[in-house]
Design a protein around this ligand. Structure first.
Ligand code: IPE
Ligand code: MG
Length: 235
């Protein structure tokens, strides 16, 4: 969800106002994803690197997160949406951790859509943590080195039991992954839009999903029918 700061600057507002409008966009996107039948939506709300922003901005973002959880969890619960989180959430202020726990607890049995908040998240840190646990398990004879496969490794990530994302959307036009779900997006379709996050409306979401629908996903293989097509010269 990138571009809140630039959106604010464009409208002669302070950055924090951009974040407030960003929350408005988030509310609409979550609702629409659920209505469209998306099974899992993960949003990169705050990265591990975002802690290095000026203290005032970090404090304001934490306050917004707390307010968002308090305000939204009942509505999300009514929509049968299950809230989860990934990231080093123990670094969040206690009040935010508390509201997050309450939100997860309240919605734990919901089944319509899983909504994952990536907070204080870093893909590299997640991979390092997984590696440490694997090494510890080998040392304690709970795991054998030969048993480490891609599937076992994935099981040590915070996203264990969840499928890899099909579609990765980045707003504000930056052509970067910025440390998000590094392992999991190996074969995700990337969609990058110039729209700044507060301008990412339901129409923009539809455009992204429509573009995804037109992609040909081969996962490194050649599609069966290509072998029989004379023009492609593959036979
Ligand atoms: C994304 O918007 C919001 C968060 C990281 C919380 P930015 O704050 O990164 O906006 P830009 O990149 O300065 O426009
Ligand atoms: Mg940014």
């Amino acid at each position: 969800m990138d571009g809140n700061g630039r959106w604010a600057k464009k409208h002669f507002f302070k950055r924090i106002i951009g974040h407030k409008y960003g929350i408005h966009a988030l509310r609409n996107v979550v609702k629409e994803c659920s209505h469209l039948g998306v099974n899992i939506l993960t949003v990169y709300a705050f990265s591990e690197e975002n802690w290095d922003r000026p203290a005032f901005e970090v404090e304001s973002l934490m306050k917004l997160m707390k307010e968002y959880l308090i305000k939204e969890r009942e509505k999300l619960h009514k929509e049968n949406i299950k809230i989860l989180s990934i990231g080093n959430t123990q670094k969040l202020p206690h009040e935010v951790q508390g509201e997050l726990k309450k939100s997860i607890e309240l919605t734990k049995n919901n089944t319509k859509m899983i909504f994952i908040l990536a907070l204080s998240y870093s893909g590299r840190s997640e991979i390092v943590q997984a590696t440490k646990t694997i090494v510890r398990n080998i040392q304690n004879n709970k795991l054998h080195m030969d048993d480490i496969t891609e599937a076992t490794f994935a099981h040590y990530l915070e996203t264990k039991d969840l499928p890899d994302p099909d579609l990765f959307i980045r707003t504000s036009g930056e052509l970067r992954i910025s440390n998000f779900l590094l392992w999991q997006i190996a074969y995700s379709e990337l969609y990058i839009t110039k729209a700044l996050w507060p301008d990412f409306t339901i129409e923009e979401l539809h455009k992204a999903i429509e573009a995804f629908g037109k992609r040909e996903r081969r996962f490194g293989k050649v599609l069966e029918d290509r072998y029989h097509n004379k023009d492609t010269n593959l036979c």
